[in-house]
Design a protein around this ligand. Structure first.
Ligand SMILES: [Zn+2]
Ligand SMILES: [Zn+2]
Length: 465
């Protein structure tokens, strides 16, 4: 039996199983007669089925986030945003469907990261149970909706106001009328949710705070604003996802992130939340600062210990699957500084200029440097230097131990990588990485190799490698 002789209801069934709308368009183009006529007869049910395949059972929440954003962008009244239940069976327009398609991979990607961070560090794809996953997705889209609201508000209103800095106080009475209106809107939105759902939203904001930290640490030498002081973040996931996922900093909207940060940090969300807890007579306790507790029932390996120092590290141990979490927990600048460079290497311009390769990006702005390969190489060097079994790429180490690995061997990796690139072998400077001359005489820094242990001078004593 060939495709064109399939009964219509079978074709309908096949179309409802498609994983995205791109595939549907392709199918419609290939068979104008059969597929097109089936779709023409059932456009609503097929579109909806594909949207569910994309967003999962959190589709109503996904739709509400989209509606919220559209409303805010078009300055429409918030009251017009339908409730989640009203969206359960609403017909999807082509435009909405394509937004569901654009947002779903972001929501799934964030779930993968969440799972690796809080549920199972050994897997890069989500290990959340079906139920955990649904709760996560719902809460993520709800947070997304609120973030769109705040974001649009800030862009249109608050930051046209020059005096804003002075109003960044927690106290309601010090708020300007615009901030008060935003707080009221936030409250109105948050009030739609049960205590449990609010806790989940709160948990998502803690997680987004962690995610944005991973992004910002790689973009700036040091955080340009008091980001670390804030516990939660209310960013639209689509704003940070491309940067988070593929490290594309080209269109990274620093201004927007910063503006939002200042607003949220100024306490609006915190204000709204605590006001609600008070009204509902809920005592916000320790979970306020402990993400994931709401979503994850049985995290894997919480009592696991570091393979080197035996400290209990649990989900904060690092290995092959989650090496990136360790790396992006550091400022990119740490690789240029004494944190990982011994002696005076951080002031050797020949070395630091070469290290710029860590930041290289392609024409589209995506980082091209492969940190996983760097890790592979460093483990290999470490095993050679410290003896077999001292380090293993397949072991799990705590932050301190991975830091130690880099402190001991990162400079050796630089030497090896440069030689691999064809850098001619130069004589070692006697003073090695402790040489002071290399920090102010470029000619000297270029002429001799300084990626070596000192054999003369004070450095010899300290460099007991
Ligand atoms: Zn350790
Ligand atoms: Zn020297």
């Amino acid at each position: 039996m060939n495709f064109s002789s399939l009964p219509l209801d079978v074709v309908d069934r096949i179309l409802t199983c498609l994983t995205d709308f791109k595939t549907l368009s392709a199918a419609l183009r290939t068979s104008k007669h059969l597929i097109y006529s089936v779709f023409r007869d059932h456009p609503i049910s097929i579109t909806r089925a594909i949207a569910i395949n994309l967003a999962g059972p959190a589709l109503p929440q996904a739709l509400r986030a989209i509606r919220m954003k559209t409303m805010m962008e078009n300055d429409l009244a918030l009251a017009l945003v339908p409730s989640e239940s009203a969206l359960e069976n609403r017909t999807l327009t082509r435009d909405i469907a394509s937004k569901v398609e654009a947002n779903a991979p972001i929501a799934h990607g964030l779930e993968d990261l969440f799972s690796m961070k809080y549920k199972d560090r050994t897997s890069r794809t989500s290990q959340l149970t079906d139920n955990e996953s649904l709760q996560f997705q719902k809460a993520l889209y709800r947070t997304w909706a609120i973030a769109s609201l705040v974001s649009a508000w800030c862009m249109n209103d608050l930051y046209n106001d020059e005096d804003d800095e002075e109003n960044s106080d927690d106290d309601d009475d010090d708020m300007d009328p615009s901030q008060k209106r935003l707080l009221a809107l936030l409250l109105q939105q948050l009030q739609l949710f049960s205590n449990q759902e609010l806790r989940e939203i709160h948990d998502i904001t803690l997680f987004l705070r962690f995610a944005i930290g991973m992004v910002v640490s790689q973009r700036y030498p040091h955080f340009p604003f008091s980001f670390m002081g804030s516990n939660f973040a209310l960013y639209e996931p689509n704003l940070i996802w491309p940067v988070l996922n593929r490290e594309c900093y080209k269109n990274f909207e620093t201004y927007k992130i910063r503006t939002l940060h200042d607003t949220i940090y100024s306490g609006l969300l915190r204000n709204a939340m605590s006001q609600l807890w008070e009204e509902r007579k809920v005592k916000p306790d320790t979970w306020l600062l402990a993400p994931s507790k709401v979503f994850v029932e049985n995290a894997k390996g919480t009592q696991d210990t570091c393979d080197r120092c035996n400290a209990v590290g649990g989900l904060d141990l690092f290995g092959r699957s989650n090496f990136d979490l360790w790396r992006r927990n550091h400022y990119i600048q740490h690789f240029f500084e004494n944190m990982f460079l011994p002696g005076h290497l951080s002031r050797n311009a020949v070395i630091t200029q070469w290290l710029e390769c860590l930041k290289h990006a392609d024409a589209a702005g995506y980082r091209t440097f492969k940190f996983d390969e760097l890790a592979d190489d460093i483990y290999e060097i470490a095993e050679e230097q410290d003896g077999p079994g001292a380090w293993s790429r397949d072991a799990w180490y705590c932050t301190e131990c991975v830091n130690e690995l880099f402190k001991r061997h990162f400079w050796r990796w630089i030497l090896a990588a440069r030689r691999k690139e064809g850098e001619p072998v130069k004589d070692d400077c006697w003073y090695g990485y402790e040489c002071r001359t290399m920090t102010h005489k470029t000619e000297h820094a270029e002429k001799l190799n300084h990626l070596c242990v000192p054999t003369r001078g004070t450095g010899v004593v300290t460099a007991a490698q």
